[in-house]
Write a protein that binds this ligand. Structure first.
Ligand SMILES: [Fe+2]
Length: 174
């Protein structure tokens, strides 16, 4: 589904006005932390230390203030689980977030993404297969379920030439 223009404008404002904090950890090339080998040697972790990205602190963290967001999420069959933004990042060129599960925060998520050149991706493990899902150029979204330790959802991100992302925790509307 296309993301409504008025919604992307509000999201863009968050990135423009937010405070950026660079986070970088990892001695190997980024691809190493996104590889199947790295996943194989990983023990269950909720949040990954190996990353290179800018975490953004929005000026106003109240997700309810993003005009049109609730309607958009309702159309997808969800409501916000909390009115706080779950994650807001800018991945610079060659930025990444290594394999992790978020198992300590199980819930649905939506991540709304702006990929500068369409060469960034979200990678996850499903039924013992590794799936690499490239982001289209511009704004798009991805909804996924994050399980707990009994059903961990392994995933990682490659920032390509640059990638903005903002995520929210969701509940399914019964
Ligand atoms: Fe994650």
């Amino acid at each position: 589904m296309k993301i409504p223009d008025h919604l992307t404008q509000a999201l863009q404002t968050i990135f423009q006005e937010g405070e950026m904090h660079e986070k970088r950890k990892g001695e190997e090339a980024p691809d190493f932390y996104l590889s199947e080998n790295f996943l194989k040697q990983s023990t269950l972790i909720s949040y990954c230390d190996h990353k290179f990205l800018n975490s953004i602190t929005p000026r106003n963290e109240n997700a309810l203030d993003i005009n049109g967001l609730l309607e958009f999420i309702h159309e997808l069959g969800f409501k916000l689980a909390t009115n706080k933004i779950a994650g807001c990042f800018f991945y610079p060129a060659n930025g990444f977030m290594g394999w992790h599960t978020n198992y300590s925060d199980k819930d649905w998520r939506i991540y709304i993404v702006n990929s500068i050149k369409g060469d960034s991706f979200f990678r996850y493990k499903k039924d013992d297969k590794i799936i690499t899902d490239y982001d289209p150029i511009g704004w798009s979204y991805r909804a996924f379920y994050v399980g707990d330790a009994s059903d961990p959802y392994w995933h990682c991100v490659n920032g390509g030439s640059g990638r903005y992302s903002i995520g929210f925790r969701l509940k399914k509307i019964p």
